[in-house]
Structures are given as structure tokens and as C-alpha cells.
Design a protein. Structure first.
Length: 80
């Protein structure tokens, strides 16, 4: 889909939108991924935070940039 120049929003089936989710994105990165932290700016590097909680793939926005398309192609080549 990104090869058509479209951004892709992927969400888990248990996500419920109570408003427009696009307003929550900053659009300052090629991929924006949800985290399990309430305050990621404050908690990201705290020693009590588990590394596996940094990224949660239940909510991912992918923008159609060349680096993202290359990442997806490389991932598929390695794991498909």
C-alpha cells in the first residue's frame, strides 16, 4: 500500500476510537508506534521500565517514504 503513496494505519481489533485518532499523531517520523507508557517522554529511560514495553504494535502509522518501504521489503525478505 505504501508503494501507492498512501499512509497506512494498522490497529488491533480491540482498539476503540472515541475521536479522530489522526489528531494524536505528530507526523514527525516515518513510523509512529504506540507505547504502553502513560507518559513516554518521562518514563522511556527509567530503570523500572521493561524494554518490551517501549513499542506496542497494536497501533501503528506508517508513512510512504523510501526508508520505510526499504525496511518493509528487507523485513519481508528475511522473514517471509
Amino acid at each position: 500500500i505504501t508503494s501507492f503513496g498512501l499512509s497506512v494505519l494498522v490497529v488491533d481489533a480491540d482498539i476503540v476510537f472515541l475521536g479522530d485518532p489522526i489528531r494524536q499523531f505528530r507526523f514527525d517520523a516515518d513510523m509512529e508506534v504506540m507505547t504502553d507508557h502513560f507518559f513516554p517522554e518521562q518514563h522511556l529511560w527509567e530503570p523500572w521500565v521493561r524494554v518490551e514495553d517501549h513499542i506496542n504494535t497494536g497501533f501503528v502509522l506508517v508513512r510512504p517514504t523510501a526508508p520505510v518501504r526499504a525496511l518493509i521489503a528487507e523485513f519481508l525478505d528475511a522473514h517471509w
